[in-house]
Design a protein around this ligand. Sequence first.
Ligand code: SF4
Length: 306
Amino acid sequence: MSFEYLTRKNTFIKKYEYGENIVGFGEYVLRFASSCPLGCLYCYLRDVNKQKHEPKIYTNFEMLRKELIELCGPVNGKRNLYLNAGENTDSLVFEPQAGIIKFLDEFISEFKPDLMIELRTKTDNIPSLRSMVNKHKFIISFSLSPQSVIDKYEPGTASLEKRLDAMRECQTMGYSVGFRFEPIINSGQLIKEYKKILEISDEKLLFKNPEKIHSIGLSCIRWTKGLMKKIREEGSVDGSELLLDEFVLCPDKKFRYFRVIRTNIYRRILSLLHDFVKLDNPADKSDKIFLSTEPAYIWQDCGLDF
Ligand code: SF4
């Protein structure tokens, strides 16, 4: 994957801004790259960064080290921190050249912070995870969509089969994995297609060890106004199809499917999940399953605690 190296001028770490009315988890975001080369058609980065340039990796890790020490080091340390390294780019697409994963692993070995790090990916680029020392401090999350969605909207990513194989391998290596069903795109085939994902996951033994499933997140597609405009201007058939539904403007300034549509989608997928994933006990189950960037009333509609 081609990219340039650059020095980060502003901070690597930022508190995640969930937006008005959205249920939050207090996580932090690690921004180690300027954009993502995988080119998903619905990606919000296409609006934010315009993606005109080659991706740049920020490699002044000494500054990142200082920020991490300030955030969670032994002196000022905050407890129970969650750092998401897959919000501004794919976490694994630049590895091993970027070296960020190795840096984080070494930082954890040195400082033993009360910190969990999520690496989120749509690739199967996992070889650099094999030699990590602190596997218990990383959650390897895979964004999963039906293959029909991948074919249309996620051009540079790994196939569904390859992602699921990589997930199982991560579990075998000793990692806990995260299922990230997002973005969920409304279609007549939706439930059939998500059932298929769960069936394949089951065949690949991904549900065999529930303790190796860190969490399962669901999120329907959401749009910024700018990205909707951009897609309309581009005029591609696939882009126009994505915007065929009606969308409602939410208090966080994102456009989403109407409440009843989202709730119906979540409830039906949750019901499927409960058929496949036998988590240890009901309390554990509700902790592990969450909605991403949704307001409290949607959680309540779906019978989920937050
Ligand atoms: S993999 Fe994620 S960050 Fe990269 S283009 Fe796709 S949605 Fe955006």
